[in-house]
Design a protein around this ligand. Structure first.
Ligand code: ZN
Ligand code: ZN
Length: 606
């Protein structure tokens, strides 16, 4: 094998350097072509050692276009991509003739630097010199314009020369639409593609997931597998994220087993996605196990672990992880890390810890609090009865408080009977958002606590007059490879009759165990979900009844609910777990509840 073909096989920078040393010893450095090939192998590495590449280039007395192109390519990966433009202009001054590769690499450099005006100039040169129709150049142009937020220009290049398109052209246009959140247009491109590869499938799936169209993303993933397309890591990470957000444990497990059977290495991004999926699907042990066995972790791995522990009410462990991450690993916590840490404190009522971490977040780590941080703190302080301190915190905020934050404080006022403040906030919220009925419910609750019954009636009437609409509550449960979604009073399910029969059985058995419905919550506030007479048919109860029908005796029942579970359903779930000997895991809008033997992991604090 000749030296040249050997050079084409070089992969690592170390090997390139060894070959270079060998060439110096053998007196081959005057061979311009061989030197250019050295540069070429450097330019193919993900981060070429920049000063070394440049000195190699300068050691070539009269560099060929091939050598210059590879140097431009090295520049495009360097900390200073615009240098590639300087090199290009020096080429022109030397009357060296660029070729289509020159433009491809130049445009790549401009994309990395988001240099739109420079990129457009390169585009103009490519047109003048007759290289604009080369498919590589066109692909680089589509990418350039989309990374500079000029999606219309990308689309124009794409439409310009229909004959000059390869699969990369289609994929570039597809990912340009995905990047800009135009999933419908992305889908149109995808449907029109003459041929699709793993990149095409992966882009469209991640597009759906990033835009919150989780069901479509999973549907597309199924289609991809049915077609026998090879999987890649990016696709696995996207579908894991979809499974996590929807709480689909069975699906998440399937993806995990696919990753294992295709021998995907447990990289940081795949491992992190798996930890997140298991935590959000209620299997925190599995998350812990993966976390401890991962060969490498980054701050995101720690973040999902801390947030996962927090959502399961494992506050102490979440805080221990935070200490390990900062003390042992020497990593710098991020904004999200503190959302997990403060969330852990707020769910467990750890007031002094919460105050401490909120303080070090700004003082020690220089992180400016965002709405979520304030949300955790106001919730923490408010629940613990420090209503004035919470109100003071809102007053001192550097950003305008959002309605959710006021609503959190309102809830605390109600809980601790701060009538005056509650009344003020309640009225303010109703003005801000008159269609949100939660505010009326809370305000009415405050009046009820103060026994101001006329005001209760007035607020209730106001609520009906404003035709407020509650966010539709739903619960879902996975069974036999399918997702079953229920809304309150649902009669759409094919096994509806059996479900209602089971519901009756449940009611009878729990009544025997001494349960009676929570009348006070019916009177004043039934939580976030639906009308008073529907309390017995709340969506999670239907899902639970269905779960009892389709799972084996003693099996755990897992439910995902979009809103917070109401007090009465919480109570009923506890009793069911005891009477029927079932473990029930509910992920609601804010946290996990593990019901077991008549108790809940949240210790009724949620
Ligand atoms: Zn309920
Ligand atoms: Zn609970």
């Amino acid at each position: 094998m000749g030296v040249k073909s050997l050079l084409q096989l070089l992969v690592s920078v170390e090997q390139t350097k060894q070959a270079h040393a060998h060439m110096i010893v053998s007196g081959l450095t005057a061979n311009t072509q061989l030197m250019a090939h050295l540069l070429c192998s450097l330019s193919l590495s993900s981060s070429p050692p920049f000063p070394y590449s440049l000195s190699l280039y300068h050691s070539i007395p009269s560099p060929t276009v091939f050598a210059s192109n590879n140097m431009i390519r090295c520049f495009s990966h360097s900390p200073s991509p615009p240098h590639s433009l300087l090199l290009y202009s020096s080429m022109l001054l030397r009357h060296a003739k660029p070729n289509n590769y020159t433009f491809t690499f130049l445009l790549q450099a401009c994309s990395v630097a988001s240099a739109l005006p420079e990129g457009a100039q390169v585009h103009a040169h490519a047109i003048t010199l007759g290289f604009a129709d080369f498919v590589f150049v066109r692909n680089a142009l589509i990418h350039l314009y989309s990374s500079c937020s000029s999606l219309e220009c990308s689309a124009r290049v794409f439409e310009d020369n229909v004959g000059s398109r390869d699969i990369v052209t289609w994929n570039s246009m597809l990912s340009a639409f995905v990047r800009h959140g135009q999933i419908d247009n992305a889908r149109k491109v995808f449907d029109k593609m003459p041929k699709r590869d793993v990149v095409s499938w992966s882009s469209v799936i991640s597009g759906y997931v990033q835009n919150g169209m989780l069901e479509q993303g999973l549907e597309c993933f199924k289609e991809m597998r049915d077609k026998g397309v090879r999987l890649n890591e990016a696709t696995l990470v996207s579908v894991l994220s979809a499974s996590a957000q929807m709480g689909l444990l069975e699906h998440g497990r399937l993806v995990h087993s696919l990753a294992e059977s295709f021998k995907f290495p447990l990289t940081v991004s795949l491992g992190t996605a798996l930890i997140d999926m298991y935590a959000k699907c209620g299997c925190i042990e599995q998350s812990r196990h993966l976390f401890s066995t991962m060969p490498a972790r980054d701050i995101w791995t720690w973040n999902v672990m801390i947030c996962g522990l927090a959502s399961h009410g494992l506050a102490k462990e979440a805080l221990q992880h935070f200490e390990r991450l900062t003390n042992e690993e020497g990593l710098r916590p991020a904004n999200v890390t503190f959302i997990g840490v403060l969330g852990a404190c707020s769910r467990a009522g750890l007031v002094s810890e919460g105050r401490h971490y909120f303080k070090i977040m700004t003082h020690k780590y220089g992180i400016q609090p965002v709405m979520e941080h304030y949300g955790c703190m106001v919730d923490l302080l408010g629940r613990a009865g420090f209503v004035d301190e919470a109100a003071e915190m809102i007053d001192k905020m550097t950003l305008p408080p959002d309605p959710v934050l006021w609503a959190t404080l309102l809830c605390a006022c109600r809980m601790h009977g701060s009538i005056e403040l509650g009344e003020k906030i309640g009225n303010k919220l109703i003005q801000l958002d008159p269609t949100h009925d939660g505010h009326y419910v809370q305000l009415a609750g405050i009046y009820a606590k103060a026994k101001k019954w006329e005001d209760v009636v007035r607020v209730r009437r106001l609520m009906t007059a404003k035709h407020t609409n509650k966010a539709a509550g739903w619960s879902l449960i996975e069974a036999q490879g399918k997702v079953h979604k229920f809304v309150a009073g649902d009669r759409e399910h094919e096994r509806s009759q059996e479900i209602y029969k089971m519901l009756e059985t449940i009611v009878t058995r729990i009544a025997e165990a001494g349960y009676s419905p929570n009348v006070s919550s019916v009177l004043h506030d039934i939580g976030e979900e639906e009308k008073e007479n529907a309390i017995k048919e709340h969506s999670e109860r239907l899902a639970m009844a269905f779960g009892m029908l389709v799972t084996g005796n003693g099996d755990c029942i897992r439910i995902v609910k979009n809103l917070r579970v109401c007090e009465d359903c919480h109570e009923v779930s506890k009793i069911i777990s005891e009477v029927f000997g079932r473990e029930i895991i509910v992920r609601d809008g804010s946290r996990f509840h593990h019901f077991k033997e008549g108790k809940c992991s949240c210790l009724d604090y949620w």
